[in-house]
Design a protein around this ligand. Structure first.
Ligand SMILES: NC(=O)c1ccc[n+]([C@@H]2O[C@H](COP(=O)([O-])OP(=O)(O)OC[C@H]3O[C@@H](n4cnc5c(N)ncnc54)[C@H](O)[C@@H]3O)[C@@H](O)[C@H]2O)c1
Length: 251
């Protein structure tokens, strides 16, 4: 059985980044029309221009107005929505809690947790009556296997996991809601933490220790898992958090 998204309308937030662009390509490759939503319009346009039937929309997920505009565009352009991937999110540079500013705390809550809540709230009315409609949220294995220096980020992702369960219970059976929890992957996310876009050999070694499959996640590992959960192959999955972690959570 192949995954087929022919005729499906899909929104991917943070769609210009590492996981987001791989996810947009994976959905489009299986026949979906993808809305590549990102704060970086130029990059979103570059991703959308490669994909048949895709459009790019500039969205700042920390802004409620910008989220409203995104789904207004979806309504106008497509008349409804089948799949929402709440992928936009970010960490701050490594910092202990006592050194974390109130601005950073608010920003982390907004970009990771509140964005997921508000985008889901705006998307649900567009999913009414659409067979197989579902939401996939991008959480993180750091919610359950936290490392020091990212306490607020890690716990916002626990919020995303918990929100997934709570919303899944509320909107069943019409809409399924699931999440993925990736382990570290060498995307723009690394730049946000370390200030440069390549891990040093020492940092990579340290991070890979504790991942039984012996490597960081590829963006395609995450995109494949999101596509599975969003597809009819997972039609009996809701409230599930699927780890994409090479076994990091075993121990
Ligand atoms: N890479 C990892 O190690 C890792 C691990 C677990 C979870 N995650 C999560 O995966 C998701 C995607 O991250 P990634 O690794 O692809 O990082 P990335 O930096 O490559 O991509 C993030 C994308 O989000 C966009 N973005 C940033 N601020 C935004 C805003 N305010 N509104 C809309 N878009 C915005 C960026 O422009 C970028 O295109 C995030 O939620 C992240 O927390 C990442």
């Amino acid at each position: 059985m192949r995954i087929d998204f022919t005729g499906k309308i899909v929104v991917v937030t943070g769609g210009a980044g590492g996981f987001g662009s791989a996810t947009a390509r994976t959905f489009a490759g299986a026949g979906a029309r993808v809305v590549v939503s990102d704060i970086n319009l130029e990059k979103a346009q570059a991703v959308a221009s490669e994909l048949e039937g895709a459009i790019a929309v500039r969205t700042d997920v920390t802004s409620p107005e910008s989220i409203t505009e995104l789904f207004e565009t979806v309504r106008t352009e497509f008349g409804g929505l089948d799949i929402l991937v709440n992928n936009a999110g970010a960490p701050t540079p490594k910092r202990d809690l006592v050194d974390t500013s109130l601005d950073d705390i608010n920003w982390l809550i907004n970009i990771n947790y509140r964005s997921t809540v508000l985008a889901s709230q705006a998307a649900l009315p567009l999913m009414k009556g659409r067979e197989g409609a579902n939401i996939v949220n991008v959480a993180s294995i750091s919610a359950r296997r936290p490392r020091p220096g990212g306490t607020v980020y890690n716990s916002t992702k626990a919020g995303v996991e918990s929100f997934t369960l709570a919303l899944a219970a509320e909107v069943a059976p019409e809409v399924r809601v699931n999440s993925v929890s990736p382990v570290i992957s060498e995307t723009g996310f690394i730049t946000s933490i370390y200030g440069h876009n390549d891990l040093s050999d020492a940092d990579r070694q340290r991070l890979v220790t504790g991942i039984p499959l012996g490597r960081t996640a590829d963006t395609q590992d995450v995109a494949n898992t999101i596509a599975f959960l969003a597809s009819d192959l997972a039609s009996f999955h809701t409230g599930v958090n699927l780890q994409v972690d090479g076994g990091r959570s075993i121990n």
